[in-house]
Ligand binder design. Structure first.
Ligand SMILES: N[C@@H](CCO)C(=O)O
Length: 569
């Protein structure tokens, strides 16, 4: 059994033992001015004597109000979804109602909104499951994960040469339900729109008349693949893994997917395409098995997690773990940490969209201004402390809908795996060293200097691992370095390029968005330049404008879809 993931110090230690001391304030620290006689008329920083309580009427986005009404219904956990179709339908209905309210508020047609495209929050159960017969050796654990399960769906037909398959890797919270099914093109029986509904289908950017499209729920997720909410002991266990689940890396997720490809007898993908966390998986797959990836696309992701993202995800995990209902991850028999999840998702949503988008959508509008001048008690409406700016009610709603449908531990494990992602050569070398020592009899994790062609399904070959000094590619890279002038000023560029040289011969698409605060364009440029520095002559880089931030990949069919269509051509 793999050892459980190490819990954070703040969870392991009683708070009075924490040794961290705040740094001495320096001159620039800001202290709010104390109210003085001359400023007594201002209410700035002075707590209002009579705070405006949440309104009695129904807020627009959030039927639960400011967490003051009864706690939300516990989410149907993945395992208990069987037989709970009605409950799921109800949540979905509520979600649709909220969306319609929102669209009315924005004066939009009640058609599919940009909002909805964020993710398929209550996905229909995946129709296919791959049950591995083998354990999965893990990069951060000296013990392997017992035989696991991967949920997946497919669209289109695998041709007789078995060379038209495209593997799609999801963002953190999406399921395998990329597009609606219920027809003979898809294995999905559900007509519910998927998270890339407008991108994948007959005649669409990823044309299912031509390609066989596969999407999996990620290992560690909660939509049918093995993750922290899966039975423990593995198999028919009575409890759940919870935080006994081992730490995962993006590469583990990818290696599980490679097992699925083996099972499907797909030797080589036409393309590996992923966005956000999925972009990391896409790059990881091309690194681990370059001979199995015909084209690689990384959209709104990066070659190494930026510290802005690490910080934002840490903040999310912190508020979630601070919810007493999180209970160190063992909440499956009780009430899940809805409040923590809700707050975490609020922070996440801030990183997924952008201020300029909200400026356009909501401006500084407030509910209290927008609705009748008098409240239900006949009192004049004034600003209130509960969600009032429309942006506040929007975030509140985002948190509320997510906390009902996603497993908190999955969020924690996947978000940490994203933090750990680093394709620079030192990081990869250290991972390979540790893994290959811990698992001497497994397929090795490649060193960045390994020549391409070592298949993950080939037995370990010690001689190939000593290839470093004579690597022809390295000489080529040095030559290219003299010619190519990167736009990225990243100090990690050459390290990253050395880490990525196994991708040198794979046509690559890197796409970034200028309004993305989670994976800023500097990281996209860094990745594209690093790939070019490997000597890769087929790197396409797009940088999109627009206001949709990180989630542009879910929304901009014309530009993101167009870039993918061209890349697949
Ligand atoms: N909106 C996306 C962003 C992260 O990819 C999600 O919820 O997963």
């Amino acid at each position: 059994m793999p050892p459980r993931a190490t819990l954070p110090r703040s969870v392991q230690l009683p708070s009075n033992k924490l040794t961290w001391k705040p740094p001495k304030p320096h001159l620039a620290s800001y202290h709010p001015p104390a109210p003085t006689a001359s400023s007594s008329s201002t209410t700035y920083f002075v707590p209002p004597t009579s705070p405006q309580l949440p309104p009695r009427r129904k807020p627009i986005f959030n039927p639960g109000g400011f967490g003051l009404q009864s706690s939300p219904k516990p989410a149907p956990s993945p395992r208990s979804w069987k037989g709970k179709e009605k409950e799921i339908e109800e949540i979905q209905k509520k979600d649709d109602e909220l969306r319609r309210d929102e669209e009315r508020l924005e004066g939009k047609e009640s058609t599919k909104g940009k909002e909805e495209a964020e993710a398929c929050y209550v996905p229909p159960p995946a129709t296919l499951h791959f049950h591995s017969t083998n354990q999965l050796p893990l990069l951060y654990s000296p013990q392997p994960l017992p035989p696991f399960q991967i949920a997946y769906e497919t669209w289109g037909k695998l041709n007789s040469a078995r060379d038209n398959a495209i593997l799609l890797h999801t963002g953190l919270s999406a399921s395998s339900h990329v597009a609606s099914g219920g027809n003979d093109v898809s294995t999905s029986t559900s007509s519910k729109p998927g998270w890339w509904e407008d991108f994948v289908g007959s005649g669409k950017s990823i044309d299912t008349d031509k390609f066989f499209v596969i999407c999996t729920n990620v290992l560690g997720g909660c939509f049918g693949s093995t993750g922290p909410s899966s039975p423990y002991p593995p198999g028919d266990g009575e409890t759940r893994w919870a935080t006994r689940f081992p730490m995962l890396s993006i590469h583990d997720m990818t290696r599980a997917q490679l097992d699925l490809l083996d099972y499907l007898k797909i030797d080589k993908l036409y393309a590996s395409i992923g966005s956000s966390m999925g972009g990391m998986q896409s790059i990881s797959m091309a690194y681990i098995a370059p001979e199995r990836v015909g084209r690689v696309a990384s959209i709104s992701a990066s070659g190494r997690s930026g510290l802005n993202g690490v910080g934002m995800r840490y903040a999310q995990r912190s508020v979630l773990m601070a919810d007493p209902n999180w209970n160190r991850g063992f909440y499956y028999d009780g009430v899940p940490p809805h409040n923590g999840m809700k707050l975490a998702r609020q922070i996440a949503t801030i990183t997924y969209r952008s201020g300029p988008e909200w400026e356009q959508r909501f401006g500084r509008q407030m509910l209290s201004e927008q609705e009748a001048a008098l409240d239900s008690d006949g009192n004049p409406d004034v600003p209130r402390l509960s969600p009032d700016f429309l942006i506040e009610t929007y975030l509140d709603h985002q948190g509320e809908r997510f906390c009902l449908t996603y497993d908190a531990n999955s969020m924690i494990y996947l978000s940490k795996a994203m933090d750990l992602f680093d394709m620079s050569s030192t990081a990869l070398t250290s991972l390979a060293k540790k893994f290959n020592t811990a698992y001497p009899n497994s397929n090795p994790f490649p060193y960045p200097s390994d020549p391409v062609g070592i298949s993950v399904s080939l037995p370990r070959n010690e001689n190939l691992l000593k290839f470093k000094e004579n690597d022809k590619n390295e000489i080529e890279i040095k030559k290219k370095l003299k010619k190519f002038i990167p736009t990225s000023k990243s100090p990690h560029l050459s390290e990253l390029s050395l880490g990525l040289k196994r991708l040198k011969d794979i046509p690559a698409l890197v796409l970034g968005v200028q309004s993305d605060v989670l994976f800023p364009v500097e990281q996209q440029r860094e990745l594209a330049d690093a790939l070019k520095l490997t000597g890769n002559q087929n790197v396409t880089y797009y940088e999109l404008g627009g206001v949709w931030g990180h989630d542009t990949f879910l929304l901009d069919v014309q530009n993101v879809g167009g870039a993918i269509r061209g890349f697949l051509h």
